[in-house]
Design a protein around this ligand. Structure first.
Ligand code: ACO
Length: 362
């Protein structure tokens, strides 16, 4: 009989070397291929971060202009699938719709699959959102970046540059983040050589849970429920008495504030007419942190990326129902990078379990 000590959440278990990113949970620092996230997102934007992540691996890796062209071509190719997608996704949420869309893609497609996956998600998302409003899908514009084109395809016209920059910053900020649950899932699937599209689809499925990429919508629900600042402390005490998990707080790795929270908070501040909402969120955050200290003493719980994601996506006028799907539009670049890395050097990921069921009679 195997003697094992179970670590059900794999806390602290290191299963790979990676050149993609490092999450330093004590210092509150995220490094993406040698660059601190704060300077990286401003300098390179989403296509630049994707190019950096894919450097040495996928076609166009290292070259932001090539990545931009590749993604533009992929958006056009994905648009061909939109009628079938819309037929198959009636009544589904946006992230469920993306799940169907990736499932419709053939492994035999000759276009490089990282472009295909990264180009398809924004096209599918915009089409799904417009269909939900009874509007026809808009064809992509290959002259634009992912962020510019996604906002245009959702809204029906180009957004102001400040909004396009805001979305670009968001996509770049969330593109990669160590061995989070969805990236690990993608790597497990990649480790069986199932292919990039299947790996990315698996990553999306892991992302969609409320403990991972599904948190920002509920952050806004929490704001709605709190209503006014004078109710915040009592709201949190009540939440803890019911055992509620506060969305947008806590993290497996970060024991201090998630550095991405401030990147996104500053981005919210750069957008028009956000002053009042931002001030509200900052005060609610203080109240939440104080409540976490009161009710979970000894636990080092702080604000994570999803808190200000919620505020940013709200300011960009993205519907709440689409927040998780939009996260996938950014994170897919990281999933692809990890699939490359896994395929290049990794072995099949196959851990062990401890059998605690009955045994046959002797
Ligand atoms: N609110 C209240 N209590 C919390 C929270 C929270 N947000 N997060 C952790 N805790 C508490 C737990 O109740 C537990 O306390 P206990 O031991 O007294 O029961 C303790 O802190 C440890 O929590 P775990 O769940 O073991 O921590 P874990 O590392 O497994 O979970 C997670 C991390 C899932 C992110 C958790 O903090 C959480 O559920 N947060 C809210 C959801 C969220 O915001 N997710 C987005 C994370 S960022 C991302 O994925 C992009």
């Amino acid at each position: 009989m195997l003697q094992t000590r179970v670590n059900s959440g794999l806390d602290g278990v290191i299963v790979a070397d990676t050149v993609m990113s490092e999450v330093d949970g004590e210092a509150g620092q995220l490094i993406v291929r040698g660059h601190a996230v704060e300077e990286l997102v401003a300098a390179r934007g989403f296509e630049g971060v994707a190019a950096l992540l894919w450097e040495g691996y996928g076609t166009g890796g290292g070259d932001a202009a090539a990545v931009r062209d590749g993604l533009a071509a992929a958006r056009e190719r994905a648009f061909v699938l939109v009628p079938a997608l819309l037929q198959a996704t009636q009544g589904l949420t946006p992230v469920e719709g993306l799940r169907v869309g990736l499932g419709m893609m053939a492994d035999s497609d000759p276009m490089p699959h990282h472009y295909l996956a990264c180009g398809a998600l924004p096209v599918f998302l915009a089409a799904l959102l417009r269909a939900a409003d009874g509007k026809p899908a808009l064809a992509p514009d290959p002259a634009l970046t992912t962020a510019q084109d996604l906002l245009r395809m959702i809204r029906g016209q180009r957004a102001d540059a400040v909004f396009e920059m805001g979305l670009d910053t968001y996509l770049a900020t969330v593109a990669d983040h160590g061995f989070n649950a969805s990236t690990f899932t993608a790597r497990v699937v990649a480790s069986t050589h199932a292919g990039l599209i299947s790996s990315v689809l698996a990553g999306l499925c892991a992302l969609k849970g409320p403990l991972h990429g599904g948190a920002p919508g509920p952050v806004l629900d929490m704001f709605d429920d709190i209503g006014s600042l004078d109710r915040a402390d009592a709201w949190f005490d009540d939440a803890f008495s019911k055992g509620t998990t506060l969305m947008g707080f806590g993290h497996r790795i970060y024991k201090v504030r998630d550095p991405r929270a401030d990147v996104l908070k500053n981005t919210v501040a750069s957008l028009p007419q956000t002053t009042g909402r931002l001030a509200f969120a900052v005060e609610v955050e203080k109240s939440a942190i104080a409540a976490l200290r009161r009710h979970k003493p000894g636990r080092r719980l702080d604000t994570n990326v999803e808190y200000y994601t919620a505020l940013l996506l709200e300011a960009l006028e993205v519907p709440r129902s689409a927040f998780t799907a939009l996260f996938a539009v950014g994170r897919v670049a990281g999933w692809c990078a990890h699939v490359f890395e896994q395929e290049k050097g990794g072995r099949i990921i196959r851990p062990q379990s401890s059998y605690v069921g009955p045994r046959p009679a002797a």
